[in-house]
Design a protein around this ligand. Sequence first.
Ligand SMILES: Nc1ncnc2c1ncn2[C@@H]1O[C@H](COP(=O)(O)OP(=O)(O)O)[C@@H](O)[C@H]1O
Ligand SMILES: [Mg+2]
Length: 256
Amino acid sequence: MRDVQPAQRGEVTIRDLSKSFSINGRNLSVLRSLNLDIGSGESLAIVGASGSGKTTLLRILAGLEEADSGGVLIDGQPIDGVGTERAVIFQEPRLLPWLSVLGNVAFPLEMRGMPKIEARRLAKRYIQLVGLAEFSEALPAQLSGGMAQRVGIARALAVQPEILLLDEPFGALDAMTKITMQEELARIWREENVTMILVTHDLEEAVYLAGRVLVLPKEKGGRIRDIRIDLLRPRNRSESRFVKFRQELLAEFGLH
Ligand SMILES: Nc1ncnc2c1ncn2[C@@H]1O[C@H](COP(=O)(O)OP(=O)(O)O)[C@@H](O)[C@H]1O
Ligand SMILES: [Mg+2]
């Protein structure tokens, strides 16, 4: 466990972060001198065209990818690879098919040396939080896509991270399930008091979930926009200011 003041738990600082890839001998600059401060308990969405570097940024934050220069600090300390204070949720939950829902959520806890009984007790609490108490004993193959993603969320939260990193978490779900999951994630974020960084191409999802939306530029060297979404929660998608924010984001992409 990291020894930090509760008031600054989950604070993310990005300083002069740059990343490029080399493709067929050509240098592709993806992130250029990015600076960003994300407060403890904040909910930030990152949007941008396909290929604008959203996943790259999230992978660097997760410690799965190294920056070329600059870096990321969490609660004032530079990160070095993956860490227990961060949990990542991808589009596919990648559950272990031979383990039950309970087994899947308890697994990372047991891997960290938590006694089995305690791991299962904690896992049950998070399975309840995502509304799957009745499916604790089900196998992944018996779950719908939305249910499987809920298990993934429970598994990520059970390790009690300070920071939740999500990359297009609902991208594979149908429209109705997606809305339900967004509502649940909004509730969970409030209840768990976790810093949330969400990559999405869904602008409505960004306005629904985030307190701030970062728009990555399409053309390299373009400027990054940082838009504050000061709507009350729970949010109403048909309210006029919600619609306005959505339009404002669409306009960032030259759309209406
Ligand atoms: N491992 C890699 N090797 C080479 N190029 C990569 C790699 N990962 C990403 N890229 C390139 O970096 C750019 C940004 O990718 P990515 O971060 O996945 O964008 P996004 O998630 O916004 O769609 C893309 O042009 C992609 O081709
Ligand atoms: Mg991506």
